[in-house]
Design a protein around this ligand. Structure first.
Ligand SMILES: [Zn+2]
Length: 296
């Protein structure tokens, strides 16, 4: 099957959901996808989505920056690479303050594994899971090491002190089963770090249907603080911290402005407003970054 029609909310299983709207895939296919809203848990999700076997067809335009590093000549990709270096250090320090003793770490949906590589250089025992074969091969060429294609391929009795999902939760087809398996791999008092685009951010509201982080159909779910909290609590995870990611509102602002036929400066200004709002009210930041502890 090329597309999947969902009859139940992928987060809570409820059949009580309604059409919220329709959004266009500006980035690649120009196709329109419906968005549903669950009345039970509040999750918004992409309806009639490409199946896991076919979603790859929506990435193949050769410049989905997080998945493809073969063409680094453009100025954009040079800036992207610099920003990525800075973000790796930022993410490392952020997690370290909650888990100073962390050693065994799993980065789920690691792409080409830059975070895994960074953590290994810091002396951590980091592993990564990435379903894209192209991304796994690029990691192998760069580092000589391997990434795992799925949770099932991890060593059987392994446990982690931290599992990180940086802009990944919105891409997982088998949402609940995958998250249950990941939580099972976390040691008691271990943490899970989740970063997702935030439906309730200032930039999401400002750009409306042209907000770049809708990113349908690649983004299957459109989270906010409430829907994510309900989902994580149902997995037995307790929230210990919420913040935002400082560069994301500018990046999202620039792309959204292009989709809305506005100037880059205008996009950056909306990004700046969102940045300040997210600094004061992290639950409404452009990217919702939350840390969860496994209490039993
Ligand atoms: Zn739901």
């Amino acid at each position: 099957m090329k597309t999947q029609h969902l009859n139940h909310c992928p987060a809570c299983g409820s059949a009580n959901f309604k059409r919220f709207g329709e959004v266009k895939d500006y980035y690649y296919s120009q196709e329109i996808f419906p968005i549903e809203e669950c009345h039970n848990c509040g999750l918004r999700f992409t309806q009639d989505r490409p199946s896991a076997e076919h979603i790859g067809e929506y990435y193949d335009s050769g410049n989905y920056a997080s998945h493809d590093s073969k063409n680094k000549t453009s100025l954009f990709l040079k800036i992207y690479a610099k920003a990525r270096e800075w973000m790796l250090e930022h993410k490392y320090k952020l997690v370290k303050q909650f888990k100073p003793e962390w050693k065994k770490v799993l980065d789920y949906g690691t792409g080409e594994g830059f975070f895994v590589e960074f953590l290994r250089k810091k002396g951590l025992d980091a592993m990564g899971i990435e379903p894209s074969e192209l991304a796994r091969n690029n990691f192998k060429k760069r580092t000589g090491n391997n990434l795992y294609p799925s949770v099932e391929n991890l060593p059987e009795n392994i446990g982690f002190q931290a599992v990180t999902l940086w802009h990944v939760l919105e891409h997982i087809h088998e949402l609940r089963p995958t998250m249950e398996k990941l939580v099972a791999k976390i040691e008691k008092k271990g943490i899970m770090v989740i970063a997702v685009p935030n439906q309730k951010s200032t930039d999401a509201i400002a750009f409306g249907n042209e907000w770049a982080a809708w990113d349908v159909p690649r983004h299957l779910y459109h989270w906010d603080d409430k829907s994510l909290s309900t989902f994580m609590a149902s997995l037995g995870m307790e929230k210990i911290y919420t913040t935002h990611l400082p560069l994301d509102p500018f990046y999202i602002g620039m792309i959204s402005a292009r989709y809305k036929s506005l100037s880059t400066i205008s996009g950056l200004m909306t990004g700046l407003k969102s940045y300040f709002h997210g600094s004061k009210t992290p639950a409404e930041g452009s990217t919702l970054l939350s840390i969860w502890m496994k209490t039993n």
